[in-house]
Ligand binder design. Structure first.
Ligand code: GLU
Length: 219
């Protein structure tokens, strides 16, 4: 299990995501990636190189956004490769995941029968498709994540964003660490508080089974 960083703000959050991943590098990883939303367009960069290489690609391809998720992977299902690197995407839904989904084969079969096509060998891709499926039915990202997690067995920390809504970051955990970092007009998530020291000291640790939604402003 490696690292997750998420951020939602009224400014470009790519530097926060990259800095967070750099602070989690000590855990080791085989690949890394980020997904951010700008306007209503999801941009994703993944690499089997170091986080510095990911940063270089993000800069040269002008990847910026007000909301995003980032990941360092330690492969459990599927080889360390770019196609298996997180974030995984289904339609406008993008997911990063630490942990293992034990019933991923059964869920793969179910999702295939619903018309989903898998492009990676990971257990994580089932989460992306399942959230997409539930989102189509209920129209609410938080509810779609909750419905999806009710069908999954295993250990996870996840962060999820949806291209159609750059005001909501949804996270959840069971058997893997995840916390929220609170800022003024900006909020963060990470698997370890050390990933967020550069942006906030105000940390809320999620409990087992928690699912949380974060927005840039208090409502
Ligand atoms: N099981 C997932 C994968 O193999 C997540 C691995 C991790 O925790 O980094 O992609």
């Amino acid at each position: 299990m490696c690292g997750i960083v998420g951020a939602i703000a009224a400014r470009d959050i790519v530097p926060v995501l990259i800095e967070g991943l750099k602070r989690l590098e000590y855990r080791g990883y085989d690949s890394a990636g980020i997904a951010v939303i700008r306007g209503h367009t999801l941009q994703r960069v993944r690499s089997t190189g170091r986080v510095a290489e990911l940063e270089r690609i993000a800069q040269t391809t002008d990847v910026t956004g007000l909301i995003g998720i980032a990941h360092t992977r330690w492969a459990t299902h599927g080889a360390p490769s770019e196609k298996n690197a997180h974030p995984h995407v289904s339609g406008g839904v993008s997911v990063v995941h630490n942990g293992i989904i034990e019933n991923h084969e059964e869920m793969r079969d179910k999702l295939r029968s619903l018309g989903y096509r898998f492009v990676s060998d990971t257990d994580t891709e089932v989460i992306a498709h399942l959230v997409n499926w539930h989102l189509k039915a209920c129209g609410d990202l938080f509810e779609a994540v909750r419905r999806s997690l009710a069908e999954l067995v295993g250990a996870y920390a996840i962060a999820v964003i949806n291209e159609a809504d750059d005001q909501r970051l949804v996270v959840a955990r069971m058997g893997a660490p995840l916390l929220l970092g609170l800022g003024n007009g900006q909020n963060f998530a990470a698997s370890d508080a050390s990933a967020l020291v550069q942006v906030t000291q105000r940390i809320v640790y999620l409990e087992e089974g928690d699912c949380a939604e974060s927005q840039p402003h208090r409502r």
